[in-house]
Design a protein around this ligand. Structure first.
Ligand SMILES: *[C@@H]1O[C@H](CO)[C@@H](O)[C@H](O)[C@H]1NC(C)=O
Ligand SMILES: *[C@@H]1O[C@H](CO)[C@@H](O)[C@H](O)[C@H]1NC(C)=O
Ligand SMILES: *[C@@H]1O[C@H](CO)[C@@H](O)[C@H](O)[C@H]1NC(C)=O
Ligand SMILES: *[C@@H]1O[C@H](CO)[C@@H](O)[C@H](O)[C@H]1NC(C)=O
Length: 387
């Protein structure tokens, strides 16, 4: 019990650092020569037992994964010197794998065994994404009723700023882990996603010709991270958010059924789900508390709302002034206009600072009618906002 409390303190103190961060003046919007790195494709065969599904990816990405875990260890040691904290993670979190639902528990075991990374640390790696992700997601409808769903994934906030490099240590370590995955059953694509090797939940994905889905963090005090802390301490009702996203991508078959599952399933913590369908007008932002959906925002093209866009603030409230990626992103969308919206112009919107910032790990662009998903590893040249 004491050791679990230690671990909670570790997570809580990271969160606390969020609220005491320094102000950095905004960088003027510009579109410099922006790095566009390709992401490789892998297949995950859902017909295999869960423990075998990730073998190809992890075999390829083992070194990158070990390097990333080492960076997390270094951060933990800076917090509690002497390696004690990681010892606790190895002991305690490895036991918790049994409390995770199938198939996630088995998949995580398989990843630990192929990578050689201790099981508790693979669990930690899977939990961290639930806590330190900030993002921009949008779904736009073009004049032909075609839907484009795109996102920037910004990860690694307050996870060690490298002064020399002006970059986030964990963010840089994650970039080589970005992969595109084609999940297949009976040798047919079920869904595709952009993901980090070693992570079994989903943050970004497409069920081709049916729906597209992204998840953004919701930093909310009502419910906040209490559910995660409770889970660590042993009270386990509610679902991990990115596990729900994965289940929906894998097993839902329509926009409507995806929407119902995302709106009504009890969660461990608040979240935003950005969902696009396959018909004109089908896109929404689902703002979740742990128990229910609040004030959903739908596309409404007739009344001028031809896109929905979400960062990490409730759409009916002002964003935090230190972290306003929403206004610049919307300004850009408005300037682009519905007549000119396309995969290319959406990429440009997501390449505008500070929508693109030092935390931006990847950009993904999806088009449901074509069933396509493409993603790019990002780099934000100086001058660039840390977030
Ligand atoms: C600094 O950044 C470069 C390129 O982004 C990277 O190759 C290098 O490893 C980084 N150095 C450190 C100390 O992280
Ligand atoms: C799976 O489908 C691909 C083409 O989509 C084909 O090349 C491959 O042979 C198939 N594999 C099996 C085991 O049927
Ligand atoms: C999807 O449904 C199948 C069949 O019910 C189940 O075996 C599988 O575990 C589900 N996938 C997820 C990620 O929940
Ligand atoms: C963009 O356009 C919408 C709809 O006309 C408007 O409500 C919103 O205030 C505009 N936002 C910005 C930042 O220009």
């Amino acid at each position: 019990m004491i050791t679990k409390l230690y671990f909670c303190c570790f997570i809580l103190s990271f969160m606390f650092m969020c609220s005491s961060s320094q102000y950095v003046p905004p960088v003027s919007e510009d579109k410099l020569k922006l790095f566009k790195g390709d992401v490789s494709w892998y297949t995950v065969n859902l017909d295999l037992p869960p423990s075998k599904r990730w073998t190809d990816i992890i075999t390829d990405k083992k070194n990158e994964m070990v390097s990333m875990i080492q960076a997390i260890r270094d951060l933990a040691d800076a917090f509690v010197p002497s390696g004690k904290l990681i010892d606790l993670v190895d002991k305690d979190l490895s036991l918790m794998v049994d409390t995770l639902p199938y198939p996630f528990n088995e998949e995580i075991r398989g990843i630990a065994s192929v990578s050689g990374v201790p099981l508790g640390e693979v669990v930690l790696f899977n939990i961290f994404y639930e806590v330190f992700t900030v993002c921009t997601s949008l779904v736009a409808e073009d004049v032909n009723g075609n839907l484009i769903h795109a996102r920037n994934l910004d990860f690694g906030l307050f996870m060690g700023w490298d002064l020399k490099n002006r970059s986030w240590i964990i963010t840089e370590k994650l970039k080589p882990l970005v992969v595109n995955i084609d999940f297949r059953r009976n040798n047919q694509t079920v869904f595709k996603s952009t993901n980090f090797a070693g992570y079994v939940g989903m943050l970004t994905g497409i069920h081709p010709h049916s729906f597209t889905l992204t998840m953004n963090e919701r930093f909310s005090l009502d419910g906040g991270y209490i559910g995660i802390l409770e889970w660590i301490l042993g009270k386990r009702d509610g679902m991990w958010m990115s596990f729900l996203t994965r289940s929906v991508l894998e097993n839902a078959t329509s926009y409507e059924s995806a929407k119902a599952l995302l709106s009504d399933t009890k969660l461990l913590a608040p979240a935003y789900f950005i969902l696009g369908g396959n018909q004109p007008g089908q896109a929404c932002i689902i703002t979740r508390s742990r128990t229910h959906s609040i004030n959903p925002l739908q596309l409404d093209v007739k009344n001028g709302r031809w896109y929905v866009l979400e960062t990490n603030y409730d759409h009916w409230k002002e964003p935090l002034f230190l972290d306003d990626r929403r206004t610049p992103a919307m300004k850009c969308m408005n300037q682009t206009t519905q007549a000119d919206i396309s995969i290319k112009t959406v990429y440009d919107v997501l390449s505008t600072k500070p929508v693109l910032n030092k935390l931006t790990t990847y950009t993904t662009l999806m088009e449901v009618s074509k069933g396509t998903l493409e993603s790019y590893i990002r780099d934000c040249p100086n001058p660039c906002m840390p977030w």
